[in-house]
Design a protein around this ligand. Sequence first.
Ligand code: ZN
Ligand code: ZN
Length: 289
Amino acid sequence: MDKDGKDDSYTVCRCVYTRYSIARQGTIKMNSDLEIDIDIESYIYKYETHLHTSEGSACGHSEGAAMARACKEAGYDGIFVTDHAWGGNTAIDRSLPWREWVRQFAVGYEHARQWGEKHGMSVWFGYESGYNATEFLIYGITPEWMADHEELHDADIPTQLDIIHSGGGMVIQAHPYRVEDYIPEVRLFPQYADGIEGVNATHTSHLSIAHKSDTWNRDAIALARRHDKPMTAGSDVHSTTIFGGGILTKERLHSPKDFINLILSDDMYLMTDGDSIYDRYGNLLKTIP
Ligand SMILES: [Zn+2]
Ligand SMILES: [Zn+2]
């Protein structure tokens, strides 16, 4: 049980602490002067960064409120709703005028947020943009801001980064190595993203039944390290079968801004697919029994 009285197998890791030396983002230097102990047990807050609802995503199986409830029951302190936007598998009619499209697009998030507000879990807005099946997770903007920025609709990948930055947001390339029928080729854009989704639980969780791979997360972690980019971890869940992926933090995050600041800082956080825990640089710390 953690200090909130939750019984949560992901945040209670009674393990042998590993001594890591951590230098700048993306580099691990053993025997350097910068050494910190990673006390897994002290990372007591859990956040989902990649989640879909049936209101917003054509591939979503469960409504926002049900997703929020399932995440709360699985021990999360906060979630980002990241439905597929117009360039991906959106559930919203693409022929709608922009403002109406955004309004309908945010309904799944709104339902999740209302549930979270009543039951004490943070629910934040995000989305997953798509460019011929190359996908990006967008954080730190609101539906209201999005409605005022129709130029997002036709932005290319470099311009997307500029527009999202102008709103104080962050762009993360999602599952960069996933290849499926709907993703014909791997296209990498680390230069047009603030970070890389290093751990996507759909690839590795024992609960996941689709998009499985032993190598896609490993390759994504290597990509982030090569380009000195921070990483995120998320589940990419589409139903109330919750994989338990996300990031683990020592301090409570109070806003999307807190999340972005943490990812872009040099402070430690952990990443998990629900089955294993990694440090923010993708070093395996522990496998959850
Ligand atoms: Zn989907
Ligand atoms: Zn997704």
